[in-house]
Design a protein around this ligand. Structure first.
Ligand code: FES
Length: 102
């Protein structure tokens, strides 16, 4: 059994201005937003959900992006509404958010 039911890694890699990277699309702000939301919903902790900052995940042209283990589900996102949907559907209801899936 996994230590976390859902372990989320959000790429916040920052490259020099002009180069493609997730942080040029607000990934750090949305990481903070997601962490706060998971905590506020009482989902954070062992056996539940962990949201971690990650370096480059090697799919820069698809970013900004996150991956959730152990399901190995990759998502892109652009705003807080997308993060809300990933939290409410994937993390809470266990459903895949097809429109954001990579
Ligand atoms: S910069 Fe985010 S995947 Fe490479």
């Amino acid at each position: 059994m996994s230590f976390y039911r859902h372990h989320v890694f959000i790429c916040t890699n920052q490259r020099a201005a002009g180069d493609s990277c997730c942080n040029n699309h607000g990934a750090s702000d949305l990481l903070a937003y997601m962490k706060d939301k998971v905590k506020a919903l009482g989902l954070a902790g062992e056996g539940q959900v962990r949201v971690n900052k990650a370096g480059c995940l090697g799919r820069c042209d698809d970013g900004p992006l996150l991956v959730i283990y152990p399901q190995e589900t990759w998502y892109t996102f652009i705003d807080e509404q997308d993060i809300d949907e990933i939290v409410e559907k994937h993390l809470l209801a266990g459903e895949i958010v097809e429109r954001l899936k990579l």
